[in-house]
Design a binder for this molecule. Structure first.
Ligand code: G4P
Length: 191
C-alpha cells in the first residue's frame, strides 16, 4: 500500500537493526484517516472470504482492526492481556511469548464471543515472530471457529512470523513488507 509505505519512510524511525518506531500514526498517536484507508484495503482484500468477525490483541491492533470491521460491517473482538474481573470463568486463554518485549502474556477472550461456523479475520499492527497471530489462531480454533485470513499492517519479513504463518497454512496479506532495517534505513520487499 503506497500511502502506508510513504508514511513509514516519512515518519518511521529505525531503532537498532530490527525495530521500527511508528508512534506518530500507529502505536501511540493514531492517524484515523490512514487507519480508515487501511481498514478499507483489508476489507477489499478479504471481501470474498465470508468474514463474520475480526479479532486482534490489545492495544495497537485495535485501531486497524476496528476500521476493518467497520468496512466489512462485522463485530471486532480484541483479546485481552489481563484477565478482567468481568470475564466469565469459561474464558479461552493461550500464552504468547513476546520476543521483542521479553515477556510472556496470557491472552483471553470470553468463550461466547466466537461460535462454531464463525470465520474470523486476524488483524494486527506488526508481524515479527508471529506469536500474536498464532496465539489468536489458537483461540479461534479452540472456540471451534475458523481462521479466514491474517491481515498485517507492517510485516518485518526478515523475522520468522511470515514463514511460520505460511507454514501453518493461513492466508497472510501484509500492507507493507519490510525486507531490512539495516543502517537506520527501511528497505521494502517490493519497491
Ligand atoms: P510477534 O507477535 O509477531 O511474535 O511479535 P513480538 O512478540 O516480537 O512483538 C511483541 C510486541 O512488539 C507487539 O506489540 C508487536 O506489535 C510489537 N512489535 C514487534 N516489532 C515491532 C516493531 O518493529 N516496531 C514496533 N513499534 N512494535 C513492534 P504488543 O506487545 O502487543 O504491544 P501493543 O500492541 O500493546 O503496542
Amino acid at each position: 500500500m503506497k500511502e502506508l509505505k510513504r508514511r513509514i519512510l516519512e515518519d518511521g524511525r529505525v531503532i537498532g537493526t530490527d525495530i521500527l518506531k511508528v508512534d506518530h500514526f500507529l502505536n501511540h498517536q493514531i492517524d484515523p484517516v490512514l487507519m480508515q484507508t487501511i481498514g478499507n484495503k483489508f476489507a477489499d482484500i478479504f471481501k470474498k472470504d465470508q468474514v463474520s468477525k475480526v479479532i486482534t490483541i490489545e492495544s495497537s491492533g485495535i485501531a486497524p482492526a476496528l476500521m476493518t470491521g467497520l468496512a466489512l460491517k462485522v463485530p471486532v473482538i480484541f483479546a485481552r492481556k489481563k484477565k478482567p474481573v468481568t470475564l466469565n470463568e469459561g474464558s479461552l486463554a493461550t500464552e504468547i511469548v513476546s520476543f521483542t518485549k521479553h515477556v510472556r502474556n496470557t491472552v483471553y477472550i470470553e468463550k461466547d464471543m466466537l461460535q462454531t461456523g464463525d470465520r474470523v479475520l486476524i488483524i494486527d499492527d506488526f508481524l515479527a515472530n508471529g506469536e500474536a497471530s498464532l496465539g489468536l489462531a489458537r483461540l479461534i480454533e479452540m472456540a471451534g471457529a475458523e481462521v479466514a485470513g491474517v491481515g498485517i499492517v507492517i510485516e518485518k519479513s526478515f523475522q520468522e512470523g511470515r514463514r511460520r504463518l505460511d507454514h501453518a497454512g493461513y492466508r497472510v496479506c501484509s500492507l507493507a513488507r519490510i525486507a531490512s532495517l539495516g543502517n537506520g534505513k527501511v528497505e521494502f520487499v517490493d519497491k
